[in-house]
Ligand binder design. Structure first.
Ligand SMILES: CC(=O)N[C@H]1[C@@H](OP(=O)(O)O)O[C@H](CO)[C@@H](O)[C@@H]1O
Ligand SMILES: [Mg+2]
Length: 559
């Protein structure tokens, strides 16, 4: 770093001192905290984004959001050139940068890192960072802090894309780096045209849902706002949007996280909605769950979570692959040996995993956090990943897409051949509809709707694919959640010593019992997940393991 660059950085960073006594970590999905303490962190992530852009010589994204967390929280994360999450190799630097005690340390850190990573840094190179934020009131001033961070690196340019869903920003970064058009209009165009394509390709006689409207809970956030705009250009789908943010508080008793964890109707929905097809987005619209209100059941819902969305997607993909694999009139088999895999986390309901395995699918597990699931799914020609909370997508390999392109344009004289052409066209449309960068509630919703219409299924038919095992999730406040160390995709606790044995002993008391704990990466809590054969058993198991967590790690413990 030359003297001029060093003094610009020193000067600007001295205006963003870190809050005293706060230690932040990049976590499951970027930095998150109460918005009032994030100015310095976001400024520094601006610097990081500029360095990442210089290093990769590509467009980088910076998103300001705290997703499903309280409206008073906020957060910041980076989208890499592919549109995916920041490379995990850079996370330790992100942590060090966020926690540098003053500007001198910060400049030294940047200098060392630039040298170690060989980042071109002569002030001649350019860097471009797309900025987005959700609807949180703190977003605007945090975005200004990010711009200041970016501008303190010579040659780096910040482009404010305004209020966006998280997946929109990731999509734009990916599109820009592929040399494609990348405005919000382009995003809506691509989604609506691929959705229409899938509807066009529906076999005759299957259409049952077209007249039947879908009611969406927008979590009072950006997803609701965007859907109101999108609805105007969207064909073949009757949408009613509630909790679109005009009134009501972001994520307060609304949204996918609330619906999935509490399993009750969100605000804005009533017993009169019983039987309707409903969906919930989270605060930044990267999660999607479906539900239907159970009649006369005290606000309880029938939840269709990420696991069941995954199952629906898997069935559709398998159907298309099986059509493509049929020999055309006994001719040579020119099918593509596509690998298909599904990726889940320990939060996946055990019944879903059994169901998927029963279908003959390869099911693998990773730790919580899309960065892990995405990486694993990318190992397959078609990788489908979902967290139970509704965050997920389908990745299709370049090799497969190339083959499908050829297959879809090959003229065919036989009916089987034309069926195969249609299957290829469907998979190509899926690859355009479903966000290849990150899980996306809007594109996921359209794919669900297209598949339900393709299958001719109601929400109830879909829900009956399998029955979830009763489950319960709890949060426990502890002295230091980093004292919990897990392995085996978070299913086994290795620290503190002895707690895993105690959890095992509790779990063994319950038929079909399964239970694990892990430190949250987005909140200052330890999470407990329990599953068992009855509702009561799942609740009891979760409660007794929560007590164990409190004994080992709580404020009355000796740790
Ligand atoms: C149990 C649960 O829902 N965990 C969520 C939550 O992470 P935690 O590390 O559990 O706080 O937020 C992440 C980011 O949205 C999401 O990827 C993850 O699935
Ligand atoms: Mg989210």
């Amino acid at each position: 770093m030359n003297e001029k660059q060093r003094s610009i950085l020193l000067d600007s960073s001295s205006r963003f001192p870190p809050p005293p006594g706060v230690k932040l970590s990049y976590g499951t999905s970027g930095f998150r905290a109460d918005a009032s303490i994030l100015q310095s962190t976001v400024f520094r992530v601006g610097i990081l984004a500029a360095l990442r852009s210089l290093k990769t010589q590509s467009v980088i994204g910076l998103m300001i959001t705290a997703s499903h967390n309280d409206v008073s929280d906020n957060g910041v994360k980076i989208a890499d050139p592919s549109g995916g999450m920041l490379s995990q190799a850079w996370e330790p630097f992100a942590d060090a940068l966020a926690n540098a005690p003053d500007s001198l340390h910060l400049v030294q850190l940047v200098d060392d890192f630039v040298r170690k990573e060989n980042i071109p840094f002569e002030g001649l190179e350019s860097a471009e960072i797309l900025l987005g934020r959700d609807t949180r009131p703190s977003g605007e001033s945090l975005l200004e802090a990010a711009k200041k961070g970016i501008n303190s690196i010579v040659g780096a340019v910040a482009v404010d894309m305004g209020v966006l869903t998280t997946p929109q920003l990731h999509w734009m970064v990916r599109a820009r780096n592929k040399g494609m058009k990348a405005t919000e209009l382009d995003y809506f165009d691509q989604l609506s045209s691929s959705f229409s394509k899938l509807i066009d390709l529906i076999p005759h006689g299957n259409i049952v849902n077209t007249m039947d409207k879908l009611i969406v809970d927008g979590a009072n956030g950006v997803g609701g706002e965007k859907l109101v705009v999108f609805k105007k250009v969207l064909q073949f789908l009757d949408l009613e949007i509630r909790n679109s943010g005009k009134e009501g508080v972001l994520n307060e008793e609304v949204g996918a996280d609330y619906v999935q964890k509490e399993k009750v109707v969100p605000r804005g929905f009533a017993p009169a909605d019983a039987g309707m097809r409903c969906a919930s987005l989270d605060g930044d619209a990267d999660r999607l769950v479906y539900f239907s209100v159970i009649p006369n059941a005290d606000n309880r819902i029938c939840l269709i979570d990420g696991d069941k969305i995954l199952s629906l997607f898997a069935l559709f993909i398998m159907e298309q692959l099986s059509i493509l694999n049929q020999n055309e009139c006994g001719g040579e088999n020119n099918s593509y040996p596509a690998t298909l895999g599904v990726v889940q986390t320990a939060y996946a309901n055990g019944a879903s995993t059994d169901y998927l395995k029963h279908l003959g699918l390869e099911v693998v597990f990773t730790p919580t956090g899309v960065k892990y699931l995405h990486e694993k799914a990318a190992e397959y020609d078609i990788g489908i990943y979902f967290e139970a909370n509704g965050h997920g997508t389908i990745l299709l390999s370049e090799g497969l897409l190339h083959w499908l392109d050829g297959r879809s344009s090959k003229p065919s004289l036989t009916s089987k051949g034309s069926e195969q052409q249609k299957a290829a066209l469907r998979l190509l449309a899926v690859s355009k509809l479903i966000n290849q960068a990150v899980g996306d509630a809007l594109s996921g919703l359209l794919l669900v709707e297209a598949i339900l219409q393709h299958m001719g299924w109601s929400i109830h038919r879909w829900s009956e694919l399998y029955h979830d095992l009763p489950s319960r999730q709890l949060k426990v406040k502890v002295v230091d959640r980093s004292a919990v160390v897990t392995e085996n995709a978070e299913t086994v606790v290795v620290r503190p010593l002895g707690i895993q044995e105690a959890i095992n002993a509790e779990t063994a008391k319950y038929p079909q019992g399964r239970c694990f704990i892990r430190p949250s990466g987005t909140e200052d809590v330890v999470r407990v997940y329990a599953e068992a054969s009855t509702e009561e058993a799942a609740v009891n198991l979760a409660n007794s393991v929560a007590r164990l967590v409190d004994q080992f790690l709580g404020f009355g413990s000796s740790s």
